[in-house]
Design a protein around this ligand. Structure first.
Ligand SMILES: Nc1ncnc2c1ncn2[C@@H]1O[C@H](COP(=O)(O)OP(=O)(O)OP(=O)(O)O)[C@@H](O)[C@H]1O
Ligand SMILES: [Mg+2]
Length: 236
């Protein structure tokens, strides 16, 4: 780690332990930047990628880790980025960024709370966060509502890039709903965790709603000290 990076690191709260923040020059951080580049290349004038859904077939495969690190590297490139915790069932983004979760997405979708009230600044310049908000009994209905469509339009006007961290797609319909609304979807695949039949099911669910699957991020390491290998490639 360079001297400059050590200084930067000391400005980041200890508990925010994302690899792209604590060790920018590590190979894993570099791989997240490669994913960013690939997404940027997938974006064209007639098919701009401004809203991105991150999901995976099952639980614990690295969706939230991938969403948060990608949000950091996009923000590092100077774009204003909003990370939305759209996993209203098992929300973690507030913990990752050491934020409160008193208000967030569930409030915006179920009351007349405005976006500004529900968005928080993160420790990372250019990176804003909308946490999940208090538990709602009906996440799928909220995400499928016309209010959600309005919210996406509003967010598109306010931020350069918006990432939605989702629940697993095979278990509940939330990610499928959001993939149908977003410009692009990334599927996270984790070595020794992702099941082949579940991955196949995930792809079927995405193709049913004509989701624009940009590729798979291979979260491949089982070694806890090494946050893994992230490959990117089109898989459709
Ligand atoms: N490549 C990896 N190597 C080691 N640990 C990892 C790796 N990727 C993720 N983890 C850890 O695995 C756990 C699950 O990761 P994460 O929360 O990102 O998954 P998720 O897909 O969002 O899970 P959920 O389905 O519960 O939302 C976390 O504790 C995370 O730190
Ligand atoms: Mg998660």
């Amino acid at each position: 780690m360079s001297k400059k990076e050590r200084k930067k690191r000391s400005e980041i709260p200890e508990a925010v332990s994302l690899i792209t923040l604590v060790d920018k020059s590590s190979p894993v951080s570099e791989r997240y930047r490669t994913v960013r580049t690939n997404i940027q290349f997938a974006s064209s004038a007639d098919r701009q990628i401004k809203t991105l859904v991150v999901t995976s077939s099952g639980p614990g495969e690295g969706k939230s880790t991938t969403s948060a690190n990608l949000a950091v590297v996009f923000a590092n490139s100077g774009q204003s980025v909003l990370l939305v915790d759209a996993d209203m069932r098992k929300s973690t983004v507030h913990k990752t960024f050491q934020l409160t979760n008193n208000v967030g997405l569930s409030n915006v979708l179920s009351s007349d709370m405005g976006v500004k009230e529900a968005v928080q600044r993160s420790v990372v310049p250019n990176l804003y966060v909308m946490t999940s908000g208090p538990k709602a009994p009906n996440p799928s209905e909220l995400l499928g509502s016309t209010r959600m469509d309005q919210l996406i339009m509003e967010l598109r006007d306010s931020y350069d890039f918006i990432i939605f961290d989702m629940p697993p797609i095979v278990a509940v319909t939330d990610a499928q709903i959001m993939a149908s609304k977003a410009d692009g979807t990334l599927l996270v695949v984790r070595e020794n965790v992702t099941r082949k039949d579940s991955l196949q099911k995930a792809r079927e669910l995405l193709s049913m709603v004509n989701a624009n699957v940009l590729g798979a991020v291979f979260n491949g390491s089982t070694d806890e000290n090494d946050q893994g290998y992230y490959y990117y490639g089109t898989d459709n």
